[in-house]
Write a protein that binds this ligand. Structure first.
Ligand code: MEV
Length: 313
């Protein structure tokens, strides 16, 4: 069996995180400068069923058997085996690497699941469809993130800008005018599971205070979609910043993210917001191409541990 490699990009949510869990739309785009990668090679000398996993970025070297079945690197393998209906794997070694910062809102978990599912199924001679791969990444996310909307696994599997409504077929967005974003990493791990759960508790205990915020975010996303299809992207910046304000009201920002958002706005960004689960992880800023370096510098001076400039569309 020849060696097989597959990779998957990171992602950012441009508009609509958290509200998307409650049926509002959201817009997400892939970030291809960062990637998760999985290479599978046969071990001809080992007995069938032995699967070795080497993930140097997280210091993990183990066999599949030694990992708990729900482990984020083991579960996609079990799900591929289940999906293909094969009793055991041929002896093989997986090397899993990723340049996507973990717990930063860039979808590192879903990207690893997608890369593993693709590489392993291709290695077995039965490459899974995008739909199957996305479904596997969704099930892994469900195990580790409670009640995910499905937006992360979808945008990462299909590697395209998407307009996403939970439980509905997603829409591929054609962006007529590319634009530039600066991504700033707060360096704080984003506790997505906890934050999503907290929003849920607030929603259950006081729906009348949360519902208007979710509806307002949904309206921002619909306006953003219309702008992305139009000739002028100018109003997009104000919508990003408005979305951030709604997320603050929802209680999912933190002083560090607010500080980075303000630093971006004070240094020429057209708009900025947190992206992903919040309370840490990344923020994003819309910039004119010529301002990208200046905004990235300002973000690092304001405490971002890393920045990335990405062209969307
Ligand atoms: C996480 O990337 C986005 C959230 O909206 C959760 C989800 O949609 O599953 C916070």
């Amino acid at each position: 069996m020849p060696a097989v490699t597959a990779s998957a990009p990171g992602k950012i949510i441009l508009f609509g995180e958290h509200a998307v869990v409650y049926g509002q739309p959201a817009i997400a785009v892939p970030v291809t400068q960062v990637q998760a990668r999985c290479t599978v090679v046969a071990i001809p000398t080992a007995p069938a069923g032995r699967v070795e996993i080497d993930a140097p970025d997280i210091g993990l070297k183990s066999t599949l058997e030694e990992l708990s079945p729900a482990h984020p690197l083991a579960l996609p393998l079990h799900l591929v085996r289940e999906q293909l209906g094969i009793p055991a794997f041929p002896a093989c070694r997986l090397r899993i690497t990723s340049t996507i910062p973990i717990a930063s809102g860039l979808g590192s978990g879903a990207a690893v699941s997608v890369a593993v599912a693709r590489a392993v199924s291709a290695f077995l001679g039965h490459p899974l469809s995008d739909e199957q791969v996305s479904g596997i990444a969704f099930r892994v996310d469900q195990t580790h993130h409670g009640t995910p909307s499905g937006i992360d696994n979808t945008v990462i599997t299909y590697n395209q800008p998407i307009y996403f409504v939970r439980g509905e077929p997603f829409e591929r967005l054609t962006l007529h005018h590319p634009f530039w974003m600066v991504i700033g990493n707060s360096g704080i791990a984003s506790p997505t599971l906890t934050v999503v759960e907290e929003v849920r508790q607030r929603y259950q205990s006081s729906p009348s205070s949360i519902e208007p915020i979710l509806l307002a975010i949904g309206e921002i996303v619909r306006q953003a979609r219309a702008i992305l299809a139009s000739d002028s992207l100018e109003p997009l910046g104000a919508l990003l910043t408005e979305n951030h304000q709604r997320l603050q009201e929802l209680g999912v920002s933190c002083p560090e993210l607010d500080h980075l958002v303000n630093a971006a706005l004070q240094n020429g960004a057209l708009g900025a917001k947190l992206s992903g689960g919040g309370r840490g992880g990344n923020m994003i800023a819309l910039v004119e191409e010529g301002q990208a370096a200046r905004v990235a510098d300002a973000l690092r001076r304001a405490g971002a541990v890393s920045t990335l400039i990405t062209r969307v569309g």
